[in-house]
Design a protein around this ligand. Structure first.
Ligand code: F3S
Length: 279
């Protein structure tokens, strides 16, 4: 069996940065917590917990001392609450997420109705939205939802960093019919599009695709969808233990990719187990 491993599999720049900051902060502080899990990898969160990083889910639950803000960022309200409590902040918000937050603020300030392409409930989306202070915002998860956007003189379009370029373009097409002026900031992160394009390439060449990453990770789930469309024999797994020998019947080439929050050691374990299955 041949294994095709995507070059872009695993940690992206923002996650690498957040993880490094979290481990460094754990080493230099006695008590520290993160507001929500640092990244969508339960396995990595567990490792951080062993180093004393406690996950809390609301600012009021932060005991005292220091708090790590994860790569998805936080809402402007949470940031205000944190600052009001005089906590030490280790801000690991990915600079690309930060820039989407800044564009939301700018568009809102300049009187645009803000259209955000993304998953409504995702913390990153919630964070970005909160910076559009006017409250004139529309979140669309898919192009058909954009049809419901009311007419506006001016619309500003941004996207959750993990969205696909094609979705953004389709929403832009619909928005064009809804306003006189459309301003677009492409806030999709390069890491995502590169990873998605590579996943497509690998899926085309493989008889079976394994997508490794947290089941709660939006970008991993999207990768799995993309691969499934091309190669229905695609499995989204979190760990090597979830591999089933029967998946590999008649398989010559296995494609492997992984989400932005998947640690390298998990990828290596999967490769190792696939090799064992094929022997
Ligand atoms: Fe940042 Fe892009 Fe990763 S937005 S967290 S570098 S997927």
């Amino acid at each position: 069996m041949t294994i095709l491993l995507a070059r872009s599999a695993g940690f992206c720049f923002g996650v690498k940065r957040a993880t490094r900051m979290a481990f460094e902060a754990a080493d230099s502080h006695d008590g520290i917590c993160s507001l929500g899990p640092i990244i969508h990898s339960p396995q990595l969160v567990e490792k951080l917990e062993e180093k004393g990083v406690v996950v809390v889910h609301a600012v009021k639950d932060i005991p005292e001392g220091a708090v790590i803000i994860r790569s998805h960022g936080v809402t402007s309200g949470e940031l205000k609450e944190i600052n009001a409590r005089d906590l030490e902040v280790v801000d690991a918000t990915c600079p690309f997420v930060k820039s989407a937050q800044d564009y939301a603020a700018l568009l809102s300030r300049e009187g645009y109705g803000v259209v955000l392409v993304g998953e409504r409930e995702h913390p990153e989306v919630q964070g970005i939205l909160s910076y559009a202070a006017s409250g004139d915002v529309f979140v669309v998860a898919a192009p058909d939802e954009a049809e419901a956007i009311p007419r506006r003189k001016r619309l500003g379009l941004i996207a959750q960093t993990t969205q696909s370029f094609e979705t953004l373009r389709q929403v832009a097409d619909i928005c064009l019919k809804k306003c006189q002026e459309l301003r677009i900031f492409n806030t999709i992160c390069d890491a995502t599009s590169v990873r998605q394009e590579e996943a497509r390439e690998i899926a085309r060449k493989s008889d079976l695709v394994l997508v490794i990453g947290g089941f709660n990770s939006a970008n991993t789930t999207r990768l799995a969808q993309i691969c499934t469309e091309i190669q229905p024999r695609t499995h989204h797994i979190e760990t090597a233990e979830q591999l089933r020998a029967e998946w590999f019947q008649g398989v010559v080439t296995v494609g492997i990719t992984a989400g932005a929050s998947t640690p390298r050691w998990l990828i290596d374990e999967v490769i190792h187990r696939v090799r064992n299955i094929s022997n």
